[in-house]
Design a protein around this ligand. Structure first.
Ligand code: SF4
Length: 768
């Protein structure tokens, strides 16, 4: 290899191509030059030790089987999840982060009256949290993007995503960066700390799902329709365990931001992430966002080493083909993003399902759809309507994804087009997409329909009303629908009656991929220094009186003995991370472990009584579950939870593992775990076990004593990568029996357990 140097001034934003390609060559050698998918190339180029793959005969054997130890290039964190990530990072005692990182204040801003008023109010409400995040950024050299600067994924796309990069983000829509050819994965805070501290980050090698795009997009069809259509095919679980990799000649007709929209919503099909091979559209976007030298370098790296494209003849685990020429806009929902209805069928589907026919609001923008192309297409629809004398029938909101987008569409007259036609332009933040939408006194209390260009539509996600039905679609369709306010309207073929008796029909929208006069940055105060240096003298202030933030105390290390724990509750049925660590009003305590722990398992159902959030003390007295945990913690009674299948399904919410650990939990014994939650428990130093014989669940009661048998020996052997651990059950009447339980501890995870948590272990390693 010749030397591949990052362009001057772009060092922290250029992937270490030379190192990555050297590693990829080693992997290719180990795998006898087998053709690899793009996803495999980027992942394997980030292996800590490519030799880990020695002994593998085929890349197909690696996928879905082998754990990869990876070194990501960068980390991004949004304000809600960054709090716990940084509190954990602080306990490691490092002076700066091992990789470039950024913090983005976007989730805590309520959308109501418009950008200026809303932003002032959000800053006043969350000042303490924003100050904490800013001081962490300054101390450790992490870029701090303050409130109003934009949404994490849009800012990452505009500044940091590059073909061939691998990054982690503490948000599930981090894969948005795959639109610019990166592998970008959403994780919890403890995983982010791995990357921030330079500790290898572990991932089970995903399978690769190829999506072949043919034809060309035209008319009303937009990139959003690729992913809403795909969600309809694959459902919300169809991408689980996969990276989705797009290929085929249809890719060439997509804009970079369109590809980002498609990757963004890969999260809705459960995919680990999604990505696109390097395109001319990527080069154009990098140039437009002032990264021409990176574009030139990436292009030459790809020409010379084909690092950012799949090898001809590579094999996918599954292939789905989509013809862009015949694809029509979809409308997905309500309440689940995979319920996909083509716009031509919306009228009859609405009737069949007895959905309300009146739409109550339209919202465009968010991290999913606020590109210049999206905004200019929406504006083209508004201009047509305005010319015909039409006025919107329902409230219309626009959320720009970043200050750069907002300032550029302001300069080009798009904001005035929106506002003159009744739109409220909200702050550059998440707002209505994450429940931060105050609809004021006019808020419908009952069932009502909204159309949005967002990515998720779970109940209560937007305005807190469980009966608001959010239909996800392209910004084009949302914008056209505000002029009819009617679910039966198909803007592709129906007309609207004008006051003068004539009829009006929309022509297909048109927009520009990129602004012809380039982007403008906008207000300078929203931009942090591009290459921040750590400032060790900066104090990170967390007031002991704060109810929003609390410094973390390290969990105590294992004492080397068998674990003896009392069953605090036997949980019945479904127990997701929402049951274990509820969101909603609890979100504001994300940086305060003690306060948020008052929500622990409050959604869980007691198997023995059928009650929710009730557990019983030794004397039969009832308590709320977290209250009994606190009592037993104070009395020095270690406890465990016994539960059923897929315990911890739902999200990577790390508080679902942190809180039980904080409250004195030692073992979670279940019929089966959701994989990410099981990993999170191990990271917090707990012992997750599953019943070898599910019938043993029925033999255990609350307050039984569970004692491990042979834990010290198992730890001494480094966990053996899983196996049986015996557990002695002692009933209150003295009866005893021993059951077989299964554990899945790897060598690293045994070290986490011994140290008390992964963070303790990392801290110990850094001090060595
Ligand atoms: Fe998440 Fe919505 Fe914010 Fe995007 S706009 S980061 S989906 S909350």
């Amino acid at each position: 290899l010749g030397q591949i140097k990052a362009p001057a001034g772009f060092e922290s934003r250029t992937p270490p191509y030379e190192k990555l390609i050297n590693k990829l060559f080693k992997v290719k050698h180990i795998l006898n030059n087998q053709p690899l998918t793009l996803a495999e190339k980027i992942l394997y180029a980030h292996l800590v030790e490519p030799e880990e793959l020695s002994g593998s005969t085929s890349s197909r054997d690696i996928r879905g089987n082998k754990y990869l130890k990876l070194n990501p290039d960068r980390v991004a964190m949004q304000d809600a999840s960054a709090q716990m990530a940084l509190l954990q990072f602080m306990t490691c005692g490092m002076a700066s982060t091992a990789v470039p990182a950024s913090i983005h204040c976007d989730h805590l801003i309520v959308g109501k009256e418009g950008a200026d008023i809303d932003l002032k109010s959000a800053i006043a409400t969350n000042q303490e949290v924003f100050d904490f995040l800013q001081s962490c950024g300054e101390k450790y050299g992490i870029q701090f993007w303050g409130p109003g600067s934009g949404i994490i994924h849009q800012i990452v796309l505009e500044n940091f995503s590059v073909p061939g990069l691998m990054m982690l983000g503490t948000d599930s829509h981090t894969p948005n960066a795959g639109g610019l050819g990166a592998i970008a994965i959403g994780v919890g805070g403890a995983d982010a700390v791995d990357a921030l501290t330079g500790t290898p980050w572990e991932l089970k090698a995903p399978k690769v799902l190829g999506v072949k795009l043919t034809g060309r997009m035209n008319g009303w069809t937009s990139p959003k329709d690729v992913i809403t259509h795909l969600a309809g095919i694959l459902t919300v679980r169809g991408g689980t365990g996969y990276i989705v990799e797009y290929f085929g000649e249809g890719v060439e007709s997509l804009s970079c931001t369109g590809m980002a929209t498609i990757c963004n919503m890969g999260a809705e099909i459960g995919a680990t992430t999604s990505t696109f091979p390097m395109q001319e559209a990527h080069v154009r976007y990098l140039y437009a966002t002032n990264r021409g030298p990176i574009a030139d370098l990436a292009k030459s790296v790809n020409q010379n080493y084909q690092y950012m494209t799949a090898d001809p003849g590579c094999e996918y685990d599954q292939i789905i083909e989509i013809d862009l020429s015949t694809l029509e806009p979809s409308v997905n929902g309500p309440f689940t993003p995979d319920l996909s209805t083509p716009i031509s069928k919306l009228k009859e589907t609405t009737k069949e399902n007895e959905w309300p026919e009146t739409i109550s609001a339209g919202l465009i923008g968010s991290c999913t759809n606020s590109s210049y192309q999206d905004m200019s297409r929406a504006a083209s629809i508004i201009r047509q309507a305005a010319k015909a004398g039409l006025k919107p029938k329902i409230p219309f909101f626009v959320t720009p994804g970043s200050e750069q987008i907002r300032a550029t569409i302001e300069r080009d007259g798009l904001i005035s087009t929106f506002e003159e036609n009744g739109a409220i332009v909200l702050a550059n933040a998440c707002g209505p997409c994450i429940g931060q939408w105050d609809r004021g006194e006019a808020a419908p209390k009952d069932t009502n329909v909204i159309f949005t260009s967002f990515n998720r539509n779970f109940r209560a996600r937007n305005d807190g009303n469980r009966n608001t039905m959010n239909f996800l679609t392209s910004p084009d369709i949302v914008t056209a629908m505000i002029y009819s306010g009617d679910m039966n309207f198909n803007p592709m073929k129906d007309s609207i009656k004008l006051e003068n008796g004539e009829t009006f029909k929309f022509a297909p929208p048109h927009g520009e991929e990129l602004p012809s006069e380039g982007f403008v940055a906008g207000r300078k105060e929203f931009y942090p220094p591009l290459e921040p240096k750590p400032q060790p003298e900066v104090a990170v202030n967390v007031s002991p009186e704060s109810d929003r933030l609390q410094l973390l105390e390290p969990f105590e290390p294992w004492d080397g003995k068998e674990l003896q724990t009392r069953v605090l509750i036997k949980v019945e049925g479904k127990c997701t991370t929402d049951h274990i660590s509820a969101a909603g009003v609890w979100l504001k305590y994300k940086g305060h472990l003690e306060n948020i722990s008052y929500n622990t398992l409050i959604g869980a159902q007691n198997k023995e009584t059928g009650e929710v959030n009730v557990a019983y003390d030794f004397d039969g007295k009832p308590f709320g579950i977290p209250e009994l945990m606190m009592k037993w913690k104070a009395e020095n009674v270690p406890w465990c939870v016994v539960a059923e299948h897929n315990y911890g399904e739902g999200s990577a919410r790390e508080h679902a593992a942190l809180s039980p650990r904080f409250l004195g939990g030692k073992i979670i014994l279940v019929k089966s775990f959701a994989r990410i939650h099981e990993t999170n428990l191990k990271k917090q130093g707990m012992l997750p076990l599953t019943f070898a014989d599910e019938n043993d669940y029925d033999r255990i009661s609350s307050t039984d004593l569970l004692t491990t048998v042979g834990l010290p020996e198992l730890v001494a052997k480094g966990g053996n990568n899983g196996g049986i651990l015996k557990v002695k059950v002692t009933k209150r009447n003295g009866e005893e029996f021993v059951i077989d339980c299964k554990h899945t501890m790897s060598e690293d995870q045994v070290e986490f357990f011994k140290a008390g948590s992964a963070i303790n272990y990392i801290g110990e390693q850094k001090k060595l």
